[in-house]
Design a protein. Sequence first.
Length: 146
Amino acid sequence: MKLLRRAFLQLAGIAAVLPAVSRTAGAQAYPRRPVRFVVGFPAGGPNDILGRLVARWLSERLGQPFVVENRPGASDNIATEAVVRAPADGHTLLLVGPANAINASLYNDLDFNFLRDIAPVAGITREPLVLWSYFPGTEHADPSTR
């Protein structure tokens, strides 16, 4: 019985001293190296311009270069797949737009699952989108007649 009491008191003493000698967890600085900012559309377009403005702003504030890499083609699927295949260390970012949501529901044979493989970081813009369909012979076929 004395042995159990002694072991308990030793453990209690160690538990009391542990917070005083524990090391503080040091957070690593982000980013530690240049960041790839992948844009799935050609240079000079609105997505590219937005990506370059955001990259410059992030570079100035975080002190590391954010390099815009244009990977056009396949309605942004090439860029998305390049980001999915990159190491998940936060040093490869993707500029996401409405095409990504459309592609996720349009193509069944993609090598990635957009909702599972891409994690949102920040919202940059809001884009109002409208779906309008024309049915001949209906009362309000042309929205300009409303």
